[in-house]
Write a protein that binds this ligand. Structure first.
Ligand code: MOS
Length: 722
């Protein structure tokens, strides 16, 4: 096994050429998806399969006093109505697998209190409406802004940062900006709803589910059901989007397993769209305060970004609001923190770019206001505060091309030539913002088999959530072994395969491809021995191995026998020694209607530093998707809580407004590519969560430029502009 923790700078020789890796190769799984042969979690129907539907709590807090299932059980086709099983109880969308002896407690509206199993989906869902749930209603805490703030909460992973005397530095600063912002509840609204097909056999559980991180899912499911991890197998060959909402295990998976156990049949479940609002964690609404002290020439001396996020009593995530702000700008005195309010709402959790997505909204709008106050160009203000080393940890940056992102973005967008103007009733304005997302290296393994016929198979338990995992793994192995992409088979989405990173935290691609690189290195070493050559002198191209002027067909060198190798990567000394992040700059042009306040985004351009680009097409696609989401939450996305009972007023796509094609302009994405040897063996930094970071702020800043209105409460709906 090639075990390569990141304790030294490292670049595999096989990747130097970069002919295949990085190329804009179309997704190799595309034909299966467009032809309908890709197997998603809800596909197929095993003989005798039953269907489950969840009954949710009809109030937002209190207790269940009785459940009357008689009418539901009487409906023809109903197999069982299950309630009161302690394993069912969770107030978190990610099954926390805590033992709840108190099975009557209601943590939030819509919390599962019963599950109906029937011979058909329509029957199950109709029967679920017939279950009568009696409750004793509690005093619900549904308005986060009305709750006491707990400072220094013991949940969440981001500890408060306090450097220097922030209050004194703010008091002494010649220029001080002090602004407050709010962001609403965001849904991670994946196109494929949460769905699972589960089956028991000989005490073992097979779960085909829609999940981003199936190694973690296997362990969570096992814990929740009291099984050994080896007795659970999780399959997720295709996943129709996740956005953080599928990083954990939703209660529906556990409920389906309980249902299948009860009725002795395999069971399928898919959450109706409205139910995803309650059973999938959402991004907390936040309040944020940003204070920046600066000199008259725009040098930041004090920077404070403080926020408050909500969580219910049964979940332990806390939105790390200032996560992206920490290393963004220089400034000696620094304060960053997230405090907590407890609420009786569905769980909040990691939604794409936790912290950055909404933290950069406040900070990057505040920087725009500071630039205006100082009479400085917003790009120039940022340039003047570009840190030399990480301003919190003091560590050197692994790679940081932020200044190049500003410069290339400004040049390509025509920033210097921009003209605020009026075209008929439309007011045209421009805005920009920085983007930053921390980079993480996590443990990952991959197995590569070079078969006797010269074809390769790469296998690990990664997922492809629409991001291009199949394609970049094939490209990586093709690059390393000198094979055409078509000669590489990719096996992912099965928890029985070597444990990889999963798709989360923007660490999946870099970690999984690095493990594949290391496995290929092992294979190359074996081939080099057979060629009596050093591995670095080996050249593999189109199935021919060349060394020392000798050409040998790969199949002859293999002589009918496969070579199998496993690569393993993870964080090490180099990860510890450096501060790592992906960077970028957004530039936006908007038109605001002078009479109606309607906003149309006309152009978006982003320039990004993501280390090695593994596939120029799929990487750009992810960044475009992130920018679309930035536009979408800037202008429309907001879940509205009914303060009387904690239910969501708009839990569906009819009233929770996500950007549609007609809202999205041409989006131009460019890269400043510098391979980051400190990040991981393949030299790639995270992409998935970078595009949304800063994008919404750039839209809001452009709106202000166009019409002069500063909106500090997202989303920027037209009523706020009139
Ligand atoms: Mo992400 S919020 O780790 O999908």
């Amino acid at each position: 096994m090639n075990d390569m923790t990141m304790d030294r700078a490292y670049r595999p020789a096989g990747l130097a050429r970069g002919e295949v890796l990085g190329a804009p190769v179309p997704r190799i799984d595309g034909p299966a998806k467009v032809s309908g042969t890709a197997t998603y979690a809800y596909e197929g129907a095993e003989p005798g399969i039953a269907y489950a539907a969840i009954v949710g709590a009809p109030v937002g807090s209190g207790r269940v006093t009785a459940i009357d299932a008689a009418a539901a059980e009487a409906l023809p086709g109903v197999l069982a109505v299950i309630h009161g099983d302690p394993r069912m109880v969770t107030g978190g969308s990610n099954s926390q697998a805590q033992a709840h002896s108190d099975t009557d407690r209601i943590f939030h509206y819509g919390q599962p209190v019963a599950i109906v199993v029937a011979v058909d989906q329509a029957v199950a869902r109709e029967a679920a409406t017939l279950v009568v749930v009696s409750t004793e209603t509690g005093d619900g805490r549904f308005d986060p802004t009305a709750q006491p703030v707990q400072r220094d909460p013991d949940i969440g992973f981001l500890k408060p940062v306090e450097i220097g005397d922030v209050d004194a530095a703010l008091a002494a600063a010649p220029v001080v900006l002090d602004r407050s912002y709010t962001t609403p509840v965001h849904f991670p609204a994946a196109l494929e709803p949460h769905a699972s097909t589960v089956a028991w056999a000989d005490g073992k559980l097979l779960v085909r589910t829609s999940n981003q991180v199936i190694g973690g899912a296997r362990r969570t499911i096992a814990r929740a059901l009291g099984l050994a991890a080896e007795d659970v197998r999780v399959l997720a060959p295709f996943v129709g989007g996740g956005f953080g909402g599928k990083t954990g295990v939703g209660p529906e998976v556990i409920l389906a397993a309980i249902a299948a156990e009860r009725v002795g049949r395999p069971v399928k479940i898919a959450l109706p769209r409205a139910q995803t609002a309650y059973l999938v964690h959402h991004r907390s609404a936040t309040t944020q305060r940003v204070r920046i002290g600066a000199t008259a020439d725009g040098r930041i001396t004090a920077f404070a970004h403080e926020g408050v996020a909500a969580q219910n009593d049964d979940a332990s995530f806390l939105e790390p609001i200032p996560f992206g702000s920490l290393p963004l700008y220089a400034g000696e005195a620094r304060r960053f923190r997230t405090d907590l309010v407890r609420v009786d709402l569905p769980a909040t959790g990691a939604v794409r770019a936790p912290g950055e997505a909404i933290g950069t909204f406040a900070v990057e709008c505040a920087m725009d206001e500071l630039a205006e106050t100082l009479g400085l160009d917003p790009v120039e203000l940022r340039r003047r505060n570009e840190p030399e080393v990480d301003p919190v940890s003091g560590k050197r940056f692994s790679t940081r091309r932020m200044l190049d992102c500003y410069d290339e973005g400004a040049r390509a967008f025509g920033w210097a030539e921009r003209r605020k103007r009026r075209e008929g009733d439309w007011l045209i304005g421009h805005g920009m913002a920085a983007a930053l997302r921390g980079n993480f290296t996590v443990k990952a393994e991959a197995r590569v088999t070079l078969a006797g016929d010269g074809r390769a198979i790469v296998a690990c338990d990664m997922t492809d959530i629409g991001t291009g995992t199949y394609t970049i793994l094939a490209q990586t192995v093709a690059e390393m072994l000198g094979l055409p992409i078509a000669a590489v088979e990719v096996q992912i989405g099965d928890s029985d395969l070597p444990a990889s990173a999963g798709s989360g935290g923007s660490f999946g691609a870099g970690s999984a491809c690095s493990a594949a690189v290391l496995a290929c290195e092992d294979i190359l070493a074996t081939l080099a021995l057979r060629m009596n050559a050093a591995p670095e002198d080996l050249l593999l191209h189109d199935g021919v191995v060349t060394a020392g002027g000798r050409n040998v067909a790969l199949v002859d060198l293999l002589d009918g026998a496969a070579i199998v190798a496993t690569g393993k990567t993870g964080p090490g000394a180099e990860t510890q020694a450096t501060s790592q992040a992906s960077h970028g700059a957004h530039f936006v042009e908007v038109a605001v209607h002078a009479v109606t306040g309607e906003v149309r985004v006309r152009r978006m351009l982003g320039v990004f530093d993501v280390g090695r680009v593994l596939n120029a097409k799929t990487a750009a696609n992810q960044l475009i998707g992130g920018m679309v989401w930035g536009l979408s939450y800037a202008l429309g996305e907001a879940a509205v809580v009914d303060l009387r009972n904690g239910h969501f007023v708009n839990p569906d796509f009819a009233e929770y407004h996500v950007a549609v094609n007609a809202d999205v302009p041409r989006i131009d994405v460019r890269f400043i590519e510098e391979i980051d040897d400190s990040a991981n063996p393949v030299g790639a930094k995270g992409v998935g969560e970078l595009g949304i970071s800063g994008a919404g702020a750039a839209v809001a800043n452009a709106i202000h430029d166009a019409c002069g209105v500063r909106v500090r409460d997202f989303p920027v709906t037209l009523d706020k502009l009139l």
